[in-house]
Design a protein around this ligand. Structure first.
Ligand code: SF4
Length: 410
């Protein structure tokens, strides 16, 4: 491919990154987007000639955790280069200009590129008392979000706070915090919830646009299906222990040391749709469950209120169906999958107690060998989802490409 002097490939040459590493990256992006690996060369060609896309990154009520995630894009280093072909013209945390010069960068970008820049919003938006709880350069964050997102090519809400208000909204926080979509319901918004979001998902979303000229398919909550289309529970490396009735019962017990299932320690993986087990964090080295802590469901709506207490196991809800979609979960179906999980785990526990001549308490049965359960005849209850909408059948009108077309490009 004769593209050595153009686009991303020129950056690769300048920074000493080999073409082999670049192709490995494009292959990993194809995998992240749930595309066949044969799409790797197509992605490589598109990125080699991709134009620079202006980006403005706003921060409201946030901890900058998503910025931290963004700055640690290192899987591999060429991820940073992909983001480097974006022109990040305004980012309050990392930009060099300050004061009036910084605000000029923002106004110049949105004026010079109408409908041609990507707006990234991090943090919740306070709306109480006319939005005075967060102001930048004398303007409320709410008014800034209105102004910036109105003429954006697309708005990407990164992290749970920008998704639905997150922590500032928890338990009816006093600032009236909401997510981006609540403030600008008619804007094109892609939500990447998580606390923080995984930068791989941000990269893959942008790569999808640069390759196919349109943004990836999403569910009705605006979450890309490639990243939020599967239950964590169905991808978890501890799932075999769940199916075998092998549960951690106390932090540091033998089951914990053996890497058994964290369901009984409150893991919310059976209710949470995210690709954490496959994308992982910190250069794809680990994620919470791999490191020994249960999932807290941070990619789900209103997770601070809906998923807490984080160390209480999922409740039992009689009559729960065996499969759900992200949209069902996202619309208040909290606890449904957990019910089946609880039924399965509960049955295992009851069987264990019945076998125990002493009728020992849970704390007394903390030996993993005592709780090891053979799979039930016919196998464990099925928790795999079968009714996910196919990629491309989303409920979000974000299929508008650079050429104004709609639908899936992949
Ligand atoms: S309950 Fe949690 S730790 Fe256990 S298999 Fe499911 S996601 Fe993994």
């Amino acid at each position: 491919m004769q593209t050595a002097a153009r686009g991303l490939e020129a950056l690769l040459v300048e920074r000493g990154v080999s073409r082999r590493a670049f192709l490995k990256f494009t292959g990993s992006m194809a995998a992240a987007l749930s595309l066949p690996r044969s799409f790797g060369p197509r992605i490589a060609e598109a990125l080699a000639t991709a134009p620079r896309v202006p980006v403005v990154w706003l921060e409201g009520q946030d901890c900058a955790g998503n910025t931290e995630s963004f700055l640690r894009a290192s899987h591999p280093t060429v991820s940073e280069l992909v983001l480097g072909i974006l022109s990040v013209d305004y980012h309050e945390t990392i930009m060099a200009p300050a004061g009036a010069a910084a605000e000029k960068s923002l106004s110049d970008t949105i004026t010079a590129h109408p409908n041609g820049y990507i707006a990234v919003v991090e943090g919740a938006i306070p709306t109480a008392e006319n939005g005075i709880f967060c102001t930048v350069a004398g303007s409320t964050f709410e008014s800034i979000v209105h102004e910036v997102t109105t003429n954006a090519l697309v708005t990407i809400a990164v992290g749970s706070c920008a998704f639905d208000g997150g922590l500032p909204r928890a338990h009816g926080g006093p600032t009236g915090a909401v997510g981006v979509k609540d403030v600008v319901p008619n804007a094109k918004v892609i939500n990447l919830p998580g606390c923080p979001m995984n930068v791989q998902n941000l990269t893959a979303t942008i790569v999808h646009y640069l390759t196919f000229g349109q943004f990836p398919a999403t569910d009705t909550l605006g979450r890309p299906l490639f990243a939020y289309g599967q239950l964590i529970h169905d991808q978890c490396e501890r799932r075999a222990h769940f199916d075998s009735g092998e549960y951690v019962l106390a932090w540091g017990d033998e089951g914990h040391r053996q890497g058994w299932c964290l369901y009984r320690m409150g893991c919310k993986g059976p209710e949470t749709f995210s690709n954490c087990p496959t994308a992982r964090f910190n250069d794809a080295t680990s994620w919470p469950v791999k490191s020994g802590h249960g999932c807290v469901g941070c990619a789900m709506p209103d997770f601070w209120d809906q998923m807490s207490p984080f160390y209480r196991r999922l409740p039992s809800v009689p009559g729960a169906p065996s499969s759900v979609t992200p949209d069902e979960i996202g619309l208040g179906f909290v606890g449904a999958v957990g019910a089946l999980t609880a039924l399965h785990a509960g049955a295992s526990y009851v069987r264990a107690r019945r076998r125990s001549p002493e009728g020992a308490s849970e704390s007394e049965t903390s030996s993993p060998s005592d709780l090891r359960e053979p799979p039930a005849p016919g196998g464990p209850p099925p928790l795999s989802r079968t009714d996910l909408p196919a990629q491309g059948g989303d409920g979000n009108d974000l299929g508008s490409g650079r050429d104004g077309t709609h639908g899936q490009g992949a």
